[in-house]
Design a protein around this ligand. Structure first.
Ligand SMILES: Cc1cc2nc3c(=O)[nH]c(=O)nc-3n(C[C@H](O)[C@H](O)[C@H](O)COP(=O)(O)OP(=O)(O)OC[C@H]3O[C@@H](n4cnc5c(N)ncnc54)[C@H](O)[C@@H]3O)c2cc1C
Length: 277
């Protein structure tokens, strides 16, 4: 609460471990007297290098649904190795980098377990649904600011005898961006409303739908912003290039597009997703 320490979430592993499919989880927590011993390899743990503590997902059994457990691990505990910060396409936000971490026989006591043994997959989902919406809120803010900057440019810059905003192909880009941002706001608002009503489980496919829609629109709005600003848009004089590099991760982090599409299609086909019509 005082903002003195940060945490990192360690789920993703290098192949053949957990990634788009968390059931590939390889990091293991072995039961010992009074606690567990954790061995494994994680990467892309945002802020892992400078975190005060890590939330580590590890396998505690081979049960398909209850095989994973979340552990709170002191970042500086014996056996926790910060291998490196991984260089990525985008600049780090708030100085947090994507860390590669190894766990060499890390000893934790029973009270390091979040919830109960076997709750790992369910707790991760419970955490990820609201987390997705806060991503959407930030990305919508960024897309909205980008569109305002486009408005300022296309209403003042002239080509072929008129301001850019009078060319219909420019109007199409503006209309697409405005409609996508508006739809993204509605999806995010609706899903947040479901969470507020206590429908966390039912909200899951809507959070996937919102996350995919907003991640894609952010990339396309930034791509069009670069186009509408010409070479200025491609330059480092404006922030679009940096924002675009950052935005591209949105379609991978917290589950790639394809995995969220699978959730939306599956729940729609099972009749678990009602469209607002
Ligand atoms: C900036 C950033 C921050 C991140 N922060 C964290 C973090 O803090 N903690 C953490 O644990 N992880 C984090 N991640 C990791 C992220 O959650 C994973 O990268 C993501 O879940 C995909 O896993 P993977 O990279 O192993 O892809 P893989 O599992 O190797 O999949 C590769 C690609 O295959 C395709 N694919 C996979 N399954 C299917 C399918 N069923 N159908 C069709 N196509 C499919 C997708 O295109 C996918 O991108 C972060 C990633 C990034 C980029």
């Amino acid at each position: 609460v005082a903002g003195e320490i940060t945490s990192a979430f360690c789920m993703t592993e290098p192949a053949p471990g957990a990634g788009a499919d968390p059931s590939n989880l390889r990091t293991r927590a072995t039961r010992v007297d009074g606690g567990y011993v954790i061995d494994g390899h994680k990467w892309y743990s945002t802020g892992g290098g400078d975190a005060g503590f890590l939330i580590v997902m590890a396998r505690t059994s081979d049960d398909a649904r209850r095989g994973a457990t979340l552990f709170v691990v002191d970042r500086h505990a014996e056996g926790v190795e910060h291998v490196r910060d991984i260089g990525t396409m985008g600049e780090p936000l708030l100085a947090h980098r994507e860390a590669e971490m190894r766990f060499h026989g890390v000893r934790v006591t029973d009270d390091a377990v979040l919830g109960a043994e076997g709750d790992g997959f369910a707790l991760a989902q419970r955490r990820l649904v609201p987390a997705r919406l806060t991503h959407c809120m930030r990305w919508l803010g960024l897309a909205s600011r980008t569109l305002e900057m486009c408005k300022a440019y296309v209403t003042t810059r002239e080509s072929f005898g008129q301001v850019l905003a009078r060319h219909q192909m420019i109007q199409k880009k503006i209309a697409d961006a405005a409609s996508a941002i508006h739809a993204g706001n509605l999806m995010t608002f609706h899903c947040a409303w479901m969470l507020e009503q206590g429908h966390a489980k039912e909200a899951r496919p809507y959070s996937s739908m919102a996350k995919n829609h907003v991640a894609r629109l952010l990339c396309s709005v930034l791509d069009d912003a670069i186009q509408m600003h010409g070479s200025l848009g491609y330059s480092e004089d404006l922030p679009f290039a940096s924002w675009y590099r950052h935005a591209r991760a949105a379609r991978i982090a917290d589950g790639p597009d394809e995995v969220h599409d699978i959730v939306v299609a599956r729940d729609f086909l099972l009749g678990k997703l009602e469209l607002l019509v």
